[in-house]
Design a protein around this ligand. Structure first.
Ligand SMILES: [Zn+2]
Length: 303
């Protein structure tokens, strides 16, 4: 009760320290090529082993945030979005954590952004994998690859980390945790972040979740302290430069997939066989249109 009241007062004063967490799973500690089935949401290996891995990473982040003095944590668990079952074992998380209210964990970014404070303390991504085509990456893909080969926003190659961070573009991006190869996309979004790899194909480093727990804890603590020292709130270093101009998006497909161009639609953009381009007045609308463009893709039928 007092906790709730305290948060209410802080929220009224605008002094609440809210942290946004965006989780995926392919970049979790302890999940590698040879045990890839641990990623498969709904399967036995996922239930028995995989969920423990991503929950360990989540607890390392959350414990550091709690010790640092974060008041409120909002979590989005986006792996296998569309499936209602959470990957992270929510019963193991402390009460400081709330999950975003979205149907079946779908990445409805505007609905997610709308539930957060106007000026959260920061955003941290964890369990993250690299973009499709990155070298030395575990399970690299973009939402789903194939069919999706790439996704660009104003000439920048964004994938899942990018979609999340862009949706919170006035919020300081503090840290990325996951596959070492996922750091490239994260650093392209902000070179001020703390990078916390938990596995690295390039050097054959495959530690257990127990081994990465203190690494994650220390890295997150450093990221939160950096943010506080820099006084980053609302704007300034660590937030993305997103201007008011046009937001141009494009998406290309992998071989064997095509866009259905037969439907006559009024589209502000170009949809070709393997590529779609669309413009939007805001980054949020552009990301929402991505879902509709994606709805037009089909497996190619070869005669
Ligand atoms: Zn995933």
């Amino acid at each position: 009760m007092w906790l709730v009241w305290g948060i209410y007062v802080k929220r009224r004063r605008g002094s609440i320290k809210q942290l946004i967490l965006i989780a995926d799973m392919e970049g979790a500690s302890g999940i590698f090529e040879e045990n890839r089935s641990w990623n498969w949401n709904g399967g036995d290996d996922w239930r028995e082993h995989g969920r423990e891995c991503i929950t360990s990473d989540a607890l390392a982040v959350i414990t550091a945030a709690n010790d640092f003095g974060i008041d409120d944590i909002l979590l989005y668990d986006g792996h296998f979005a569309g499936n209602p079952e959470f990957n992270i074992i929510l019963e193991k998380l402390p009460s400081i954590v709330r999950v975003f209210d979205v149907t079946d964990r779908c990445f409805d970014w505007r609905r997610i952004r709308g539930q957060a404070e106007q000026n959260p303390f920061g955003i941290i991504t964890f369990g993250q994998h690299a973009r499709f085509g990155e070298e030395n990456a575990y399970f690299s893909h973009i939402i789903q690859s194939p069919p999706i080969r790439n996704l660009y926003w104003n000439g920048r190659h964004i994938a899942e980390i990018g979609s999340a961070v862009l949706s919170f573009h006035n919020v300081p991006y503090l840290a990325n945790i996951g596959c070492a190869a996922s750091m490239r996309e994260a650093l392209e979004l902000s070179d001020k972040i703390v990078t916390i790899p938990v596995k690295d194909i390039a050097i054959g480093w495959e530690p257990s979740p127990q081994e990465t727990y203190p690494i994650i804890y220390d890295g997150v603590m450093k990221a939160l302290r950096n943010a506080e020292n820099a006084g980053r709130r609302g704007s300034g270093p660590g937030t993305l430069e997103v201007n008011d101009g046009t937001h141009s998006f494009s998406m290309e497909l992998c071989d064997g997939y095509v866009f259905d161009t037969s439907a006559s639609i009024s589209w502000k953009g170009i949809i070709e066989k393997n590529k779609a381009e669309w413009d939007a007045p805001s980054v949020e609308i552009g990301l929402e249109l991505f879902n509709y463009v994606r709805g037009l893709l089909r497996e190619e039928v070869r005669p």
